[in-house]
Design a protein around this ligand. Sequence first.
Ligand code: MRU
Length: 329
Amino acid sequence: MAVRALWWDRGKLALLDQRQLPRRTVVLRLARASDVAEAIRTMAVRGAPAIGVAAAYGMALAARGGLSPARAAKLLGSTRPTAVDLFVGIDAVRSAWERGSDPLEAAHAYRARVVEECHRIGSAGAPLLAHAHGVLTHCNAGALATVEWGTALAPIRVARERGADLFVFVDETRPLLQGARLTAWELARERIPHAVIADNAAGHYLARGDVDAVLVGADRIARNGDFANKIGTYEKAVVARENGVPFYVAAPWTTFDARRADGKAIPVEERDPDEVLELAGRPLAPPASHARNPAFDVTPSRYVSAFVTPDGVVRPRELAARLARRARR
Ligand code: MRU
C-alpha cells in the first residue's frame, strides 16, 4: 500500500506525475537534469522534501550529462524559490561532487536521510494525536510530498497504527487542489477515514469543535518559527487559535532555515494566474478578469503550538536555540 513519490530506476529518475493524480497513475522517467528542473517547475513532483530529493537526483543526472556543478545548481535552483529543501538537496550533492565523491551516491544518501527523518516525525508526532479524533490538514504533506511517509501525514499514519480513532478533514487546497487530489488519494488508499472540505469550510468545523488538532507541513521555517506553507495555511492557523485548537507544523530538519531570522525574509513564489482562473482546464472567470496567485503564505510563529521534528516536539520559543545546537554539531 505504501506510496513512493520517486525512485532511482536504472540510470533515470522515476517519479509519479502528481499532475495526473488521482485520475491516472503515470510514471515519468527522467534522464536529464533539465527534465528534472521542468518536472519541479510544472509540479509533476512537488512538496518541499520531495523536490529537494528530486533536485538531488537532478544534480546526479547533470554530472552524468557533463554539466558543471555550478551550472547544474543554477538550473535546478531556479525552479521554485520558497521550499528551502530544494537548495539543501542541491547543495548536499554539489558539495560531494566538488569534493570528488560520486554525486549519485550523495543523492541516494540525501534521499535516505529525508525518508528516515519523515519516519521519525511519525513517531514523534503520534502522541500528540493519541486522544484526538478530528484532525485538519492543508495541502498535501504526505508521502507524495516527501518521497515516503509524509510530514503532517506521518503522525496520522503512526497514531492510527497505535489505535487512535482519527478522522481527517482535508482542505481541498485551491488552486491546484493538492488536498482533494493527493491527500485524499493517499488516505483513501490506506482506508483512513476522511472528508474533503472546501477551503472555506475549515472555520466552520473548527468553530463547531469537530477539529481537535490542525497538522500541516512547511516549505521553509525561519529561526524564530515563522514559516511558509501552502497558501491558506495562515488563515487556518488564525482560526485554530481563535477556537483554542492546537496547531502543529511537522517538518524534517531540511526544511528549517537557520539563516533566515524571521518570515519576512522568506521568498514567496508567485505562479501563473491561469492556475486560479481555470479549474480542470475550464475557465472560471470572465476573460477580462485578472488573478493573483501566491503559492504560499507565511504564518507567524505565535500561532504555532509546536513543531514536530524528527527529534521530537519543539516549541517555537525553543527553536532558535535548538537550531544553534544543531549547527554546532
Ligand atoms: O506547491 P506545493 O504543492 O509544492 O506546496 C506544498 C506544500 O505547501 C506542503 O505543505 C509543504 O511542501 C510541506 S510537504 C511535506
